[in-house]
Design a protein around this ligand. Sequence first.
Ligand code: EPZ
Length: 417
Amino acid sequence: MPKIKITGGRKLSGTIPISGAKNSVVALIPAAILCDETATISNVPDITDVDDLENILTHLNARITRTTGKVEINSSDIINKEITAELSKKLRASYYFMGALLGKFKKVDMYFPGGCSIGERPINLHLKGFAALGAKITEEDNHFIIEADKLKGTNIYLDFPSVGATINIILAAVKASGRTIIDNAAAEPEIVNIATFLNNMGAKIKGAGTSTITITGVKYLHSCFHEVIPDRIEAGTYLILASLIGENLKIDNIIPNHLEALIAKLTESGVDMEVGIDNIVVKGSHDRKPISIKTLPHPGFPTDLQQIMATYMTQCRGSSIIEETIYENRFQNLYELEKMGATFKIRKDNKKATIKGKIKLKGAKVSSTDLRGGASLVVAALIADGTTTISNISYILRGYDRIVEKLTNVGAKIEII
Ligand code: EPZ
């Protein structure tokens, strides 16, 4: 199995260009089947989640043309058949075919989605939304058949501002008759990107980015061109790395406003950075003060960056705190960091961790536990003494476009072996 090998301790300088957002493109591609003509999406990252979605579209006989950074999708010949367990389980975002196929054909036949094992991750809120729109749900052994004679707009209150449920309900409601209002909706930037995409096709969606979203159903969605927003989690990963070992390191092609919580925390810890219109430059090393973070839905601190922040916290002068409020099991990477010399305590309920600093990390053999856990090990290996090998890298390649090339270009010693 391929591994990532890193020799750490080298200062990094230059520019890291950020790619399109994984958590946006994985919703845009399934949503494209709602288009009654051809949808073109640009700034598409080269990650394996996109490959897996392409395989599902091909399985459904949709026409997908992929070139570097771009996909064109035409679903006029699509066949609405079962999406096999094998295809469904490849990634979490396969669940967006539930909303898209239900919205287009009023029927979908697929299995429970895959995704990183960082918690239970049920889809009850998605199903509750589909049922409220008039769909009947049959489930047996994680095999779902969801169908409706008619989808009718209604008011839906989400018990939790779930990203996936908000997007899936939008996909099912965009062609339903009448108006749907989602209350306590998620407000992540990816929600705004998907609403803009559908509105570019002629949909009527208002309030994306706030906790109340209104969708007025339409009959027809025409062709459109749409650009994926920059990946705020990829950008945050490299900004944390820059705050540890960067010397005039620029993180480029970003929307700084999407990183507000992280910028505030790193600044509080003492990191000196220059925030530009679409980039951030981190000058040099700092006296890092310990900090505490609590993960929350956007605009709170993103749970997808907490594991990488744990690596940062091993380099702070004193103990830092992480409170994880979104997932029940997102501290597994700490046990891998421990092999590199990190020390920490996790509270019994697995919701809070105390990370000790300042620690000299050393190279070791470690394994990715999930996508962001893997990224936390790459950052640790780049600051550690000696050489580290990281296994289970398929997790990392699911969400980081050209990671070896981007890091090599700023002076890192990293390779896939
Ligand atoms: C999206 O997952 C992202 N994935 C996740 O990123 C991210 O961590 C998460 O949003 C929160 O920001 C994609 O976009 C593909 P949720 P999603 O529904 O949609 C519970 C990464 O590293 N919940 O907002 O699955 C759920 O169990 C990944 O890129 C229910 O209980 O997240 C979780 O505890 C990891 N019932 C919480 O809500 C439901 O029906 C947040 O889930 C749905 C969710």
